[in-house]
Design a protein around this ligand. Structure first.
Ligand code: NAP
Ligand code: ZN
Ligand code: ZN
Length: 348
């Protein structure tokens, strides 16, 4: 085994502490990545706060870094390459979803970057709040030149999670898109929808995000708690992307969807209650998505390089990870924390 350092949830599941971690020796198709930057996703916060059981928890599933070693069958990468890795690190490769390039929906469930189960040795995967990650070459992406590696890290979860549905729903010039919840996913959904040519509006509880909404390229901000503004926007959007991080009633957001339009529910993943008539009136659709397949992830990175799309980040030394999680919990982030892992020594 190889040894590295990382940030692991303690037994109480509320704070992370610095600890030594074991990584597997490289398999033939593995790449060793020195993790330089890892985004702090709200999913990490959910995982830390709701942690149960004894399985170790090291969060972190959107990261960039540099290849430091390769297995003997790896041909796509060389030592020194800048790479990016997201929230899935393996899949069966044989089912209909995998064959369609939707490894994120693998019938055997994709291996998650953390708190997943390795397909070969059955161990629990440990995430990228650490200095090194070992990953299959097929789930490693070249980081396109020109993308800042720190600001690009959040593209690998937040970015691709909103990119796939925007693509699947045909968002492009003329599409009227609304993004509910201006956080990590939301601000990238706005930037990507704007770059795709869509007429893009933000829906937020926070009226003070209006300037940011415009700076991000949005045309308008609707305050979700203002009934008048919500009523005035009835049936206005072809696509509503819901990235709200807590359980909530989707009815007001369905009300904003236009005839034959879609509410893409990507945020808090739990039970959603919908009155059929709220879909019936206007032939509206409710859908969801998560993460991205390999082709979509690679295409998203290329698109972001061409259109200069990265996250708005606040970069913190990894030692301040608990502060980042606390502030994320208080909605005090504009718009993504990224941990700088260089405070963890690389060779031990
Ligand atoms: N589908 C997937 O595969 C996938 C992937 C990644 C993350 N997620 C989930 O997506 C959600 C968003 O993640 P994120 O990293 O973007 O989180 P985030 O940065 O915390 O943003 C979430 C946004 O939700 C809104 N919000 C928060 N608390 C709220 C409340 N009590 N009522 C109404 N709105 C509230 C806020 O927007 P305003 O201040 O603008 O109102 C906030 O900025 C999380 O639940 C995360 O687990 C899903
Ligand atoms: Zn995530
Ligand atoms: Zn599969």
């Amino acid at each position: 085994m190889r040894s590295t350092l990382g940030w692991q949830a303690d037994r109480a599941g509320t704070t992370l502490r610095r600890t030594s971690l074991e990584r597997r020796e490289l398999r033939a198709d593995d790449v060793a990545v020195r993790v330089d930057y890892c985004g702090v996703c709200h999913t990490d916060l959910h995982a830390v706060r709701t942690r149960t059981g004894e399985a170790p928890l090291v969060p972190g599933h959107e990261f960039t870094g540099v290849v430091t070693d390769i297995g003997h069958e790896v041909t796509r990468f060389a030592i020194g390459d800048q790479v990016a890795v997201g929230n899935i690190v393996d899949s069966c490769g044989a089912c209909a979803m995998c064959r369609a390039g939707q490894e994120n929906f693998c019938h055997e469930f994709p291996t998650l970057t953390y708190a997943g189960t390795d397909r070969y040795d059955g161990t629990t995967t440990l995430g990228a709040y650490s200095r090194e990650y070992i990953v299959r070459d097929d789930f490693t992406y070249p980081l396109p030149a020109g993308l800042d590696p720190a600001a690009a890290a959040p593209l690998l979860c937040a970015g691709v999670t909103v990119w796939e549905p925007l693509q699947a729903l045909g968002v492009g010039p003329g599409t009227r898109v609304a993004v509910a919840g201006l956080g990590g996913l939301g601000h990238l959904a706005v930037k990507l929808a704007v770059a795709l040519g869509a007429d893009t509006t933000v829906i937020s509880r926070s009226a003070d995000k209006a300037d940011d909404a415009r700076r991000l390229g949005g045309h308008d901000l609707i305050v979700s708690t203002d009934q008048r503004q919500m009523a005035a926007a009835r049936d206005r959007f072809d696509v509503v992307v819901d990235t709200i991080a807590v359980p909530h009633d989707v009815t007001p957001y369905l009300g904003l969807v236009a005839l034959d339009g879609t509410l893409s529910h990507l945020g808090h993943l739990g039970t959603v209650t919908v009155q059929a008539t709220d879909l019936l009136i206007g032939r509206k659709k409710l859908s969801s998505a998560g993460s991205g397949g390999r082709p979509a992830t690679a295409a998203m990175l290329e698109f972001c390089a061409q259109h200069n799309v990265t996250a708005d980040i606040e970069l913190l030394p990894s030692a301040r990870v608990n502060e980042a999680l606390d502030r994320l919990e208080r909605n005090d982030v504009r718009y993504r924390f990224v941990l700088d892992m260089s405070d963890l020594p690389q060779n031990r």
